[in-house]
Write a protein that binds this ligand. Structure first.
Ligand code: MCN
Length: 785
């Protein structure tokens, strides 16, 4: 029986429990005698703490203890930044889990209350008296580097945590040779990840055994355990971290935050199980943000549209402290991707990593790659405008040809495989590019402003290899573990070090295992997210579950089959070299009726009665897979927008995505990933932005002010894919989890700018809210355009 599960649109295994309300999230964990924690957070962006009086709060009935930063001095080390960028003069400020004498952003923790219930803990917060001496603050990265700007950390001059450079090819020469130079300042605004489930922690220290169990809504439980132990001294082998069902993360749940070590140590000291669940307003200030770049870009061309060079300078706002992977995002995950899908001969990138009095910034879906793609794809459209070329044709002219792969780009990455022209052709055909252009002409004749925007993205994901992490100065491996445990009845448990939190990994990994072992899909269960049951793993981010974790599972399946062949050869009285395996059966080559089922072999592996001499019983395999390279998915996206010239309102008429993530494991889930990502990418283009005022107060601190998109604002998406397998892993699969966020944003902005072309408007920074668009139209009209 060949099941052909790989490539099938199998429905998600996890859905029945999720959609019937039986998922189990951290907030559902209720150990006996559970107590609750509430955190007091700074209302000031920058202030000295002159004193904290906790006496009234401590006296409130039901309060167990009130903690301040002094209680943890010497007990919790600096919250870790896991990156030390080479050759960047990086300065990593001390990051206390709880502020002691100074606060540096609104939302920083200054005290904690432990109480018998949530309401009492919250009431007690209001009784804590903090004497703050407010200090000047700065929220904008460009202002923060100016002389005289308030310093976030006294010893970090100009608030500059690092300066990172990448230079390849003869950039200056490229600009001297240029016939046309396109120059643009671009804002890639700050975004706030909005996972459906906010962060939550339950810590339970068992005073008898000395073991700590930490339920944590995260994307990488082993890494959280490692970092937690490194800064608290808790012994790693006596700490169990469990990420049960996790309701989304989009990158924001990768990091070790203050709350995990604080709850761990408070639970240990009090001998009580403790729970903290973030409220949405806390989430807006206490959980990392994403993006926040100010960039100047210059692109050099010949008049025929040939790309000669790109020069980029970016001020990346990192917030008040360097988050766990913060420095990686605007550097190694950004600069190298600025080659895009193009033959770029010369590239120069300089990133200033800037500290400000704002919530720390780290990876948000796409993490550096959306910023790169937005820049490259906006610049290509601006060049097309300047050169009078069709946006599709200027891209086609500069594509890296399919014959060039593997190819090392000006971004110094070696792209594994790609066929960008075939993808563009398939896209233009499927999207009806030509007929939309005709529709645009008709609409213009009627005074309507329709715009068509293209973006051809490439990204780097399937993150490993570990060696690359080392070269980037990141203190983490990037391999993945996968265990395939066959039970005596032939049922299979798969243990993965990845930690899905919405992607459908339980289903996709089961498809890989079931297909490879030839067992029914229902016979495979995927287990993840518990350090006590799975081998060390690195988790889910960088769209790596399938390419890295899936490969580890696949290779373990092959090991199981290899051992199975030895057992089958013995049972069938044949030479091992004569045993074939297909469709769940071991058989003798040329004699398919001489066969034993996978289940029969599994049973013998455990009975070991009639068994090859010298062979260990049992049927289980473990693989740690460290990929030789990243994978480089690519694709063409197209948005069609209509701008109401009277109000500036943008309507999205259509959205199309043609992805190439190599071999697709589950087209339903892959399309789901694209849908979610596209919604987020569109939202950045049109609606979402975190806004700070001049005193570094977050003005968009709740869902009332921060425009998370609604389904009703989005058109139906048309998705399809081309297939260019990667040689990086035996599945041929690249990642798809972030593609939508990467390609959608420039496609939409390009579409709006195309609609505004008759007004002579070149560029408006995101988000393209009606007021901004209206103002640009008014200004253009007044200028007589
Ligand atoms: N898939 C496939 N074929 C491929 C690749 C992937 O069928 N060649 C499908 C699989 O079903 C797999 C899913 O797509 O389960 C995603 O796989 P992959 O691209 O390997 O990405 P990851 O599972 O590693 O997910 C990480 C990625 C990232 S980095 C963010 S951020 C993100 C995202 O996925 N956050 C998400 N998708 C999210 N989806 C939800 N619902 N919630 C989040 O927080």
């Amino acid at each position: 029986m060949v099941t052909q599960l790989i490539g099938s649109a199998v429905k998600r295994k996890e859905d029945p429990r999720m959609i019937t309300g039986r998922g189990r999230y951290v907030d559902d964990v209720q150990p006996l005698n559970l107590h609750y924690v509430a955190f007091l957070r700074s209302p000031h962006a920058h202030a000295r703490i002159r004193g904290i009086d906790t006496s009234k709060a401590a006296a409130l009935p039901g309060v167990v203890k009130v903690y301040t930063g002094k209680d943890f001095e010497g007990k919790i080390g600096s919250l870790p930044c896991g990156v030390n960028l080479p050759n960047s003069n990086q300065k990593t400020p001390n990051h206390p889990a709880m502020a002691v004498d100074r606060v540096r952003y609104v939302g920083e923790i200054v005290a904690a209350v432990v109480a018998k219930d949530r309401a009492t803990a919250k009431d007690a917060l209001e009784l804590i008296e903090v004497h703050y001496e407010p200090l000047p603050a700065v929220a904008d990265a460009r202002k923060a580097v100016q002389p005289g700007a308030p310093l976030v950390h006294d010893d970090i001059e100009n608030n500059t945590a690092f300066v990172w450079n990448l230079q390849t090819g003869e950039v200056e020469q490229a600009f001297r040779d240029a016939e046309v130079v396109v120059r643009q300042e671009l804002v890639n605004q700050r975004l706030i990840p909005n996972a459906m489930e906010p962060r939550a922690v339950v810590a339970n220290f068992d005073t008898a055994s000395g073991e700590l169990t930490l339920w944590d809504t995260d994307q990488n439980p082993h890494l959280i355990r490692l970092l937690l132990c490194l800064i608290t001294g808790l012994p790693e082998h006596k700490v169990r971290v469990i990420a049960p069902d996790v309701g989304g993360g989009f990158g924001s749940k990768i990091y070790l935050y203050a709350e995990q070590p604080l709850l761990a140590l408070m639970s240990k000291e009090l001998g009580l199980p403790l729970k903290w669940t973030e409220e949405r307003r806390e989430n807006y200030v206490g959980t990392t943000h994403g993006r926040d770049h100010y960039t100047t870009a210059e692109m050099a061309f010949k008049r025929d549209g040939t790309l000669l060079g790109l020069r980029v300078e970016t001020y990346a706002n990192l917030g008040a402290y360097l988050s766990t992977f913060g420095p990686l995002i605007p550097t190694f995950l950004y600069g190298p991707l600025l080659s895009g899908v193009y033959k770029l001969p010369a590239l120069s990138v300089r990133t200033y990593g800037v500290l400000t009095h704002t919530t720390p910034v780290d990876a948000y879906r796409g993490a550096g790659r959306p910023e790169a793609c937005y820049l490259v794809e906006r610049m290509m459209d601006l060049a097309a405008l300047e050169l009078g070329m069709d946006p599709a044709e200027i891209r086609r002219k500069n594509f890296i040809p399919a014959t060039a792969f593997p190819v090392t780009t000006a971004g110094t990455l070696t792209y594994d495989s790609g066929n960008y022209e075939a993808n563009l052709d398939a896209a233009l055909e499927k999207f009806g590019y030509r007929s939309w252009r005709e529709e645009q002409e008709r609409a213009r004749a009627q005074g309507r402003y329709i715009g068509i925007g293209l973006a051809c993205y490439v990204e780097a994901c399937g993150i490993g290899p570990s060696k690359a992490a080392g070269q980037m100065g990141a203190g983490a491996g990037l391999w993945e573990s996968g265990v395939v445990r066959v039970h005596p009845t032939g049922k299979v448990s798969v243990f993965t070090g990845t930690s899905p939190h919405g992607q459908g990994g339980e289903t996709a990994l089961a498809q890989i295992a079931a297909d490879t072992l030839g067992v029914p899909f229902e016979d495979v269960e995927v287990i993840h997210g518990d350090t006590a049951s799975i081998p060390f793993g690195l988790g889910t981010y960088g769209s790596r579950t399938i390419a890295v974790g899936g490969t580890a599972v696949y290779l373990s399946c092959l090991k199981v089959i290899e051992k199975g062949k030895k057992i089958a050869a013995h049972l069938l009285e044949a030479a091992e070299s004569d045993i074939e395996f297909e469709g769940g059966k071991f058989y003798v080559k040329g004699t398919p009726e001489k066969a034993v089922t996978f289940q029969g072999v599994a049973l013998q592996a455990f009975l070991a009665h009639n068994y090859p001499p010298g062979l260990e019983p049992g049927l289980e395999a473990l693989t740690f897979f460290d990929p030789p390279n990243l994978t480089f998915p690519a694709g063409t996206y197209m948005a069609v927008t209509e701008v109401d010239a009277e109000t500036g309102k943008v309507d999205l008429l259509a959205f199309y995505a043609m992805d190439d993530c190599g071999r697709v494991i589950n087209p339903l889930l892959a399309a789901g990933q694209v849908h979610g990502g596209v919604a987020q990418g569109i939202a950045q283009a049109l609606w979402e932005e975190a806004v700070y005022d001049d005193s570094a107060q977050l003005l968009t601190g709740s869902m009332m002010d921060y425009a998370v998109p609604k389904a009703s604002q989005l058109p139906p998406f048309v998705t399809d894919h081309t297939v260019t397998p990667t040689p990086t892993n035996p599945l041929g699969a690249k990642g798809i989890g972030e593609a939508g966020t990467i390609g959608a944003t420039p496609a939409v902005v390009n579409a709006v700018m195309d609609a505004l072309k008759p007004f002579g408007i070149r560029h408006i920074d995101m988000p393209l809210k009606p007021e901004k668009v209206w103002r640009a139209i008014q200004a253009a009209k007044q200028a007589g355009r």
